[in-house]
Design a protein around this ligand. Sequence first.
Ligand code: GRG
Length: 302
Amino acid sequence: MSKDPRLAKFESMYHPKINQYLKDNLKKDVDQKTLNQAMNFSVLAGGKRLRPMLTLATLKTLGAKLTPAKMKATCALELLHTYSLIHDDLPAMDDDGLRRHKPTSHAVFGAGMATLAGDGLLTLAFQWLVDNSLSVDTKVKLVDGLSKAAGPSGMVSGQASDIEFEDHQLPLSRLKVLHRHKTGALIHYAVQAGLIMGHAKKELVKPLLRFADCFGLAFQIYDDILDVVGSEVELGKPVGQDSGKNTYPNLLGLVGAYDQLEAVLDHGRRDLDDLNRKSSIDTGLLKSFFSYFQVKRRNRRR
Ligand code: GRG
């Protein structure tokens, strides 16, 4: 199955807008020259911009207008996501040398400056959530959502379990929780931010957050699978790094991981079709995001 034309069209429109926004605005908010270079280096190194695209797609699904303030708050999430990648790659964590097809931050700037670039991006993300013309109520909800998703009740907690339980195989129920924290929480927030800024009707909130959680789980299973079947050239980061880690292929084998991925995708698609029938919104754009997962059966035999 190839990428859904609806996703391809949305991506061709908004991926460049997100990149341009980051390029034009990040440099304005960093005073120290080397820190500025390091923060810009990682943010502008590429990346799929999947999380801000999910926010924008949620806004579009709700029929909300995209204003400069909403764009700023949307791009804040990409700053925070990039911080997590820089810190994850550090010698004290995964010690990786390649990310987004480029050398990692610590390989270029040293571990101290890379740590600070991550710190700067994490903090600036919250500045961008607040330093805009959205209503105070909206800003408070965004800050509440992002701090819970990124902090010790979300991504940081997942990363801590990832480190603590390396070389200790967790059962599926606990693996799901680890993945929900480490990767799912930011994806959950990406959709939540669109719901907050788009003033979603109450009855849409739960089903669309369920879509986010389905997408988040599929995203991490897919990432686990790519570590086995993908290549460094294709992915722009090292592969085969997950031995001893808690991943779907390590627990269930590659075929088991593919089966789980397909089950999650089927479930997510059916849920959105259901919502499409029961509500006034068109869920087609969000559904098209599932075509990001290219389940290539030729790899299933490995
Ligand atoms: C350091 C607190 C802290 C957390 C790190 C992001 C993360 C948590 C760990 C990275 C390990 C990893 C590869 C997780 C898999 C999911 C993931 C976040 C992949 C990278 O995201 P993409 O594919 O990357 O959206 P791009 O570069 O396209 O933005």
